[in-house]
Design a protein around this ligand. Structure first.
Ligand code: CP3
Length: 346
């Protein structure tokens, strides 16, 4: 079995597997070359292009997993909403009324994104490493649908949860059904793990998370349990929510760079930890990169660890630095190192 899948299934592997959030994207010249010819949606919706872009980083770097090239917004247009990218998602018309929510369709799996199933088959035929499928968590998808675009604090969305809680639940319920169907399509087509991106969950307090996020995330993960593939979850800036996140039926939790993995480990018993190098470190000199990566590797000892960044790689990153990072992670023998507890007593 691959190192990534072993660690994702809870094994304390001798080396930490590594993949990188947004490993396919604008920091790669070969991505920009394609992107100059096609729109973002064209790239997502053409299986050959989506497969090619997924495979690009694997040709350059010795990574332990591939992540499907799509966006969290991919399954939403068939519900009846119009979305552009600039560069983040922009809704033609934000969804805020009960009537708009009622009008949203939940298409059958086969209708949602047939190009995704085809892209996955193409990738599986070529990829030397496991393929991670993914989707947006309902709360995070709703954040974009209601707010209408990216925002600093998503004020409109946070208000909406308060002035229209029933409409919010109706929306989250539909997004949950859609996500279950969409992720099942990915798994049936050959995805070997799934990550649920709850990027903006950290905006909310634990009470809001308990009411509007946890039950829906739980429903999605439970619906996928029968596939027996590792289920990964990420919420950014969400340390205050780990008391809830620890209960999610998933195998892996991805941690952002704000807290050491050794601090998080006891808060998430039984989970594999993924993360958590600050993406900004890839812009620092080589010595700093090595020291920071080794710190993260040491803090990840004492349980299963998948190395990653705390959030997506920045577009101004020099790909050469990612090659250096991969080398540092590959050299690090977890068996030869002491655990963080031992270090703090040294
Ligand atoms: C919140 C979110 C989105 N999309 C995604 C998330 C969750 C992860 C996170 O928290 O960052 C998930 C995503 N989006 C994309 C991927 C591809 C797979 C990979 O990680 O390599 C993945 C996993 C491609 C993309 N999605 C997008 C791009 C850039 C599009 C372009 O080429 O112009 C890519 C490669 C557009 C997008 N889509 C989104 C944003 C905020 C943006 C702008 C990004 C930016 O400016 O860096 C919404």
């Amino acid at each position: 079995m691959s190192l990534f899948l072993e660690a994702a299934r809870g094994q304390d592997t001798a080396r930490a597997p590594i993949w990188i959030m947004r490993q396919a994207g604008r920091y790669l010249s070969e991505y920009r070359a394609l992107r100059a010819r096609y729109s973002f949606w064209e790239m997502c919706r053409t299986p050959e292009l989506a497969a090619e872009v997924t495979l690009q980083p694997l040709r350059r770097f010795d990574l332990d997993a591939a992540i499907l090239f799509q966006d969290i917004m991919t399954p939403l247009p068939p519900m009846g909403v119009e979305i552009d990218f600039s560069p983040g998602p922009v809704l033609k018309e934000p969804v805020r009324s009960a009537q708009q929510v009622r009008a949203l369709r939940v298409p059958e799996g086969g209708e949602i994104a047939p190009f995704v199933a085809e892209a996955i088959r193409l990738i599986r035929a070529e990829s030397p490493v496991p393929l991670i499928g993914f989707g947006g968590a309902p709360l995070t998808l709703a954040t974009y649908l209601v707010q209408g675009s990216g925002s600093k604090d998503y004020d409109e969305f946070r208000q909406f949860l308060r002035y229209a809680p029933e409409t919010a639940h109706a929306l989250l319920d539909k997004l949950t059904d859609l996500s279950v169907r969409y992720l099942k399509v990915q798994l049936q087509a050959g995805a070997q793990a799934v990550q649920l991106f709850d990027s903006w969950a950290g905006l909310h307090d634990a009470r809001v998370y308990r009411e509007f996020a946890k039950p829906y995330n739980t429903r999605i993960f439970e619906a996928l349990a029968a596939f027996g593939v590792p289920r990964l979850y990420i919420a950014v800036g969400a340390l205050h929510l780990y008391g809830e996140i620890k209960d999610l039926p998933c195998e892996v939790v991805s941690v952002d760079w704000r807290v050491p993995l050794s601090h998080v480990r006891p808060l998430l018993p039984g989970k594999t930890l993924q993360g958590n190098l600050d993406p900004a470190v890839l812009l620092a000199p080589e010595g700093v990169l090595r020291a920071e990566a080794e710190r993260v590797l040491r803090e990840g000892l004492g349980g299963p660890h998948i190395f990653n960044l705390g959030h997506g790689i920045m577009r101004q990153t020099d790909p050469e630095r990612l090659a250096q990072l991969v080398a540092v992670v590959r050299e690090f023998d977890r068996r030869a190192h002491t655990t963080p507890e031992e270090l703090s007593h040294a």
